[in-house]
Design a protein around this ligand. Structure first.
Ligand code: ZN
Length: 112
């Protein structure tokens, strides 16, 4: 039951998220090579590897958390649940999504 406008703005959000994701992955890869780690073409697998790596800098970890969040938001777009809080199923405030397109929880839940 989506209007054309909704579909278009969702598409735009997805493009935004995807380019942000690419940027973050590229940046994390640079950090990764700085730390002389082995390479793995599958960034998702690497994300898990990196998560367990104590050596990784805090910048890398922050990137990684963001990558995972963006990935989750993209999945929500795919599933048609984008903009719905994953905790309480409430609609996430559009203003919040504008500031934080990959928010997967509403303001209240994210503060809890
Ligand atoms: Zn919530």
């Amino acid at each position: 039951m989506k209007t054309q406008a909704d579909a278009a703005s969702l598409d735009r959000t997805r493009q935004q998220l995807e380019s942000k994701l690419q940027e973050l992955v590229a940046r994390t890869e640079r950090i990764d090579s700085d730390l002389s780690r082995k390479t793995n073409d599958d960034w998702e697998e690497r994300a898990v590897e990196l998560e367990d790596d104590e050596v990784l800098s805090s910048i890398g970890n922050a990137n990684l958390a963001e990558i995972q969040q963006i990935h989750r938001a993209l999945r929500q777009i795919e599933l048609g649940t984008y903009g719905i809080c994953t905790h309480c199923n409430a609609e996430i405030d559009p203003g919040r999504l504008e500031l934080l397109p990959y928010a997967t929880s509403c303001m209240r839940c994210s503060q809890a």
